[in-house]
Structure formats: structure tokens, C-alpha cells
Design a binder for this molecule. Structure first.
Ligand SMILES: Cc1cc2nc3c(=O)[nH]c(=O)nc-3n(C[C@H](O)[C@H](O)[C@H](O)COP(=O)(O)OP(=O)(O)OC[C@H]3O[C@@H](n4cnc5c(N)ncnc54)[C@H](O)[C@@H]3O)c2cc1C
Length: 413
């Protein structure tokens, strides 16, 4: 789909006004439209158009490239607001704001940045991040898709799966091996292993011959924002489609996008938990059993209190990592910790909220059980929880051995 954004007023809007605009959009348009979206099985085009008009496709893209250029802290504050609505809405522009635009911004050529980012920020060029494959899930270094050099470009063959927005994307950022299978693989998934693999990123238009996508028959949660499989059969791309113009830099670009997106996911968990806790509190306040509202029971109050405390911890953690991000170097371990904690937190909050809803948590149209199913995926993508735990443990051992302090340490030295 092609949308045309008309956003002249946004260029001069200050952040607090913009934040209030997005909060109102969430309350007045996104949340009321959830039942229609569920019935339609996808985000309606009219709402995608509104998201583009409001600049949501460009919140992380610098103003020089047509975006709004908000800081990471501001992006997190915005995400807390718009993800009080279904997280399916966010996923419609998530691959543009986090994964793809940041990889292109930091690793693309100036020509690629100008060509791609202006259109992406306006919502005119939906872009998907095509890394995962059947044999390359948690171990992203095991990419089997291959790009072979031809006289005037590259030919790409392979298959991708679980790719968000791929079915309606205009462009894919495809990660493929350009080493002709010659590199010595280590299988520990470490940063060193990632750098050893010669993996490159290519900007691939979905209209090219040989590109086809398929939506799976069944999504268990997040159904209105389906992922897709992508087949790449002898896809010929010109030389200037290689991101940055140098082969072998693809996984660095991927990690740049992924670190950005992980913080957005942590913030999404906070937004989702906020909505579920508010909805559930309203339910237990109105629902009477044993002659009184459920909310009068001490055990129910304790459940709400636990949810609130954990939600606040997640909110502070994501915001703190975002502030560190804005100071310069990407705080990879703190981002990983925020993504791990917040995605586990929203799972616990969702489960407790469904329990407090009783039968309404299973039967009928209440939004909380839908969100309970939707948030389950947040513990799997952008790094499964077990992978974050393992990597954080390794980074801790390494950092204490080398420098005597924890990774991304806040200690004053
Ligand atoms: C809704 C959705 C959207 C997605 N969108 C995208 C996208 O836009 N682009 C993209 O490229 N990918 C996308 N993905 C793919 C996602 O990144 C992968 O699903 C994820 O990396 C896990 O890979 P896998 O599914 O192959 O699971 P596997 O790698 O098979 O892992 C399964 C489980 O094994 C355990 N495990 C695996 N490795 C380790 C380890 N080293 N240590 C401890 N435990 C481990 C974990 O419990 C893990 O959950 C999406 C996935 C989903 C579900």
C-alpha cells in the first residue's frame, strides 16, 4: 500500500505537544478501533494512513531525512503511550522505525540514506527486516541465504521466515552470505562469531522478479499483524543495493537495528502492561462477589500491587537504558536487560490479569485476553529470554574479569 503523509505542522511541533497528540490518538482512535481491526484481521488502511500523517513512521529518523528525530528517551515515552493500544498497531511501523531505518542510517551510503529514509519516514516505503531463516533463528550467524556476485551486481537465493510486515512491504532488508561458504563457523552465537561470518545486507524491492511472500495459515496471537515467509529465487539486484557498499558488514548493521528495536520492545511491554492493569482494575472494582467488589479482597489488592510494582520497575529500566543510549555508545547489556525483564514482566502481568478476570479472561471480547495472547511473542522475538540471560551472564563474567566491574557499569571511576 502507498500512503502519502502531509505533515508540515509536525516539523515545528515540540515534544510535549507531540506526546499529548499521540496519547489522544491512542485513546480516541487506536483503542476504539481494536474490535474492527480484530474483525478485519488486519490494521485498516485508514489507520495506517493516520499513523503516517501523525509521523509515527518517522519518530526515530533524523529531521534531515524527513523524520521527527526524537531522542531514544522520547521514543520510549511515545511507545509507552501508543502501546496502551494493541501492540499489533505498533508492529505495522516497528520494522521501519527500529530495525531497518537505524541499520540504513548508520551503515548505508549517503545515497541509500537519502533514497530510503525520506520515503520511510513519510510511511511511503514500508520496509521489512529479513534476517531469520529456518536454520538461523536464535543463531543468526547461521544464515543460509546466499548472494553471489555477477558482472554488475548480485543474485540472491534463499528463504526467510517469520518476517514482520513482509507481505505488504515495499522493500526488504535481506541478510545474505557473501563469503561463498568459506568462513569457519563457530556456533556460540557470540559477537565474535557474528563478525567472523561474512554476512551482507541488501536493499531488495519486493516487486523484483523472484521475490514472493506467504502469510502462514495460523498465528497464535498477534494475528492481525502476521509475519510472512519470503522466497528469494535468483533475485538479481544491482551493485548499489548492497548496504554501505562493502560486503561483510551486514551483521553489524543488523545489530544496530536490533539494539534499537529491543528498547522499543521493552517499552511496548510497559505500554501493554499499563493497559491490562488499568482494564483489570476497572473489572475487579465493578465485579461483586460475596457481597462486595473483588477489589476489596486483600489477595486481589496484593495481585494488583505486585503488577504495579513490576510495571514500574520495567518502566524505569527501559527509560534508564534509553537515557544511556542518548549519551553516545549503545549500552547493549542494559538494553538486553530491559528487553529481558520487561518481556517477562508483561507475561506475568498478563497472566495475573486474566486470572482476575475469571471466566471473562477466557470467554468473550474483553481486550485483556487478546493482549495476553499478543504479548506472548515479546519473549521470543528480538532475542528469546534464555538467549538474553545467557548473553548477559557471559558479558558479566567477561567484564568483571577484564575490568573488575559489571558490563555497561554505572559506577563512578
Ligand atoms: C511474531 C514474530 C515476529 C518476528 N519478526 C521478525 C522479523 O521481522 N525479522 C526477522 O528476521 N525475524 C523475526 N522473527 C523471528 C525471531 O527473531 C525468532 O523467532 C527468534 O530469534 C527465535 O528464533 P526461532 O524461532 O528459530 O527459535 P529457536 O532459535 O529455535 O529457539 C527456540 C527456543 O530455544 C531456546 N534457545 C535457543 N537458543 C538458545 C541459547 N543459545 N541458549 C539458551 N536457550 C536457547 C530458547 O528458549 C528459544 O525460545 C519474528 C518472530 C515472531 C514470532
Amino acid at each position: 500500500m502507498t500512503v502519502t503523509a502531509d505533515r508540515p505542522a509536525l516539523a515545528t511541533t515540540d515534544f510535549d505537544t507531540y506526546l499529548r497528540t499521540i496519547a489522544a490518538f491512542t485513546d480516541d482512535e487506536l483503542i476504539p478501533a481494536e474490535p474492527d481491526m480484530v474483525a478485519a484481521g488486519q490494521v485498516p488502511d485508514a489507520l495506517v494512513q493516520r499513523m503516517a500523517e501523525l509521523g509515527l513512521f518517522g519518530i526515530s529518523i533524523p529531521r534531515a531525512y524527513g523524520g521527527l528525530g526524537w531522542t531514544m528517551e522520547q521514543q520510549v515515552l511515545l511507545t509507552y503511550e501508543f502501546t496502551r493500544a494493541s501492540c499489533v498497531y505498533r508492529s505495522r511501523f516497528s520494522t521501519v522505525i527500529g530495525l531497518c531505518s537505524q541499520a540504513i542510517l548508520d551503515h548505508g551510503t549517503e545515497e541509500q540514506r537519502r533514497e530510503m529514509l525520506l520515503a520511510m519516514a513519510a510511511g511511503r516505503r514500508v520496509t521489512s527486516f529479513a534476517l531469520t531463516e529456518p536454520e538461523a533463528g536464535s543463531d543468526a550467524t547461521n544464515v543460509q541465504t546466499v548472494a553471489r556476485r555477477t558482472g554488475d551486481g548480485w543474485v540472491i537465493d534463499g528463504m526467510k521466515r517469520y518476517i514482520t510486515n513482509a507481505h505488504w512491504a515495499d522493500t526488504l532488508l535481506v541478510f545474505a552470505r557473501t563469503d561463498d561458504g568459506g568462513f569457519a563457523r563457530t556456533d556460540d552465537g557470540s559477537a565474535e562469531a557474528a563478525e567472523a561470518a561474512e554476512i551482507s545486507a541488501f536493499i531488495v524491492d519486493t516487486s523484483l522478479p523472484g521475490v514472493s511472500t506467504r502469510i502462514p495459515d495460523l498465528m497464535n496471537g498477534h494475528a492481525e499483524g502476521p509475519v510472512a515467509e519470503i522466497d528469494l529465487e535468483s533475485v538479481a539486484v544491482p551493485a548499489d543495493r548492497l548496504l554501505g557498499g562493502t560486503p561483510g558488514t551486514g551483521l553489524k548493521a543488523a545489530m544496530r537495528g536490533i539494539n534499537h528495536a529491543r528498547l522499543h520492545v521493552a517499552a511496548t511491554c510497559v505500554g501493554q502492561a499499563t493497559r491490562m492493569l488499568e482494564e483489570t482494575t476497572r473489572h475487579v472494582t465493578g465485579r461483586r462477589q460475596f457481597g462486595a467488589p473483588l477489589a476489596d479482597l486483600g489477595v486481589v489488592q496484593a495481585e494488583l500491587g505486585r503488577c504495579y510494582a513490576e510495571l514500574e520497575a520495567g518502566r524505569a529500566l527501559a527509560l534508564d537504558a534509553a537515557r544511556a543510549f542518548d549519551t553516545g555508545a549503545v549500552p547493549r547489556q542494559r538494553i538486553s536487560a530491559a528487553k529481558l525483564y520487561c518481556s517477562e514482566m508483561v507475561g506475568r502481568v498478563a497472566d495475573r490479569c486474566v486470572q482476575l478476570l475469571g471466566g471473562e479472561g477466557i470467554v468473550g471480547p474483553h481486550p485483556v485476553p487478546r493482549m495476553w495472547r499478543d504479548v506472548r511473542t515479546l519473549r521470543i522475538y528480538e532475542g528469546a529470554s534464555a538467549v538474553h540471560e545467557r548473553n548477559l551472564g557471559r558479558a558479566t563474567v567477561k567484564s568483571v574479569a577484564a575490568e573488575g566491574v559489571l558490563p555497561d557499569s554505572y559506577r563512578v571511576r
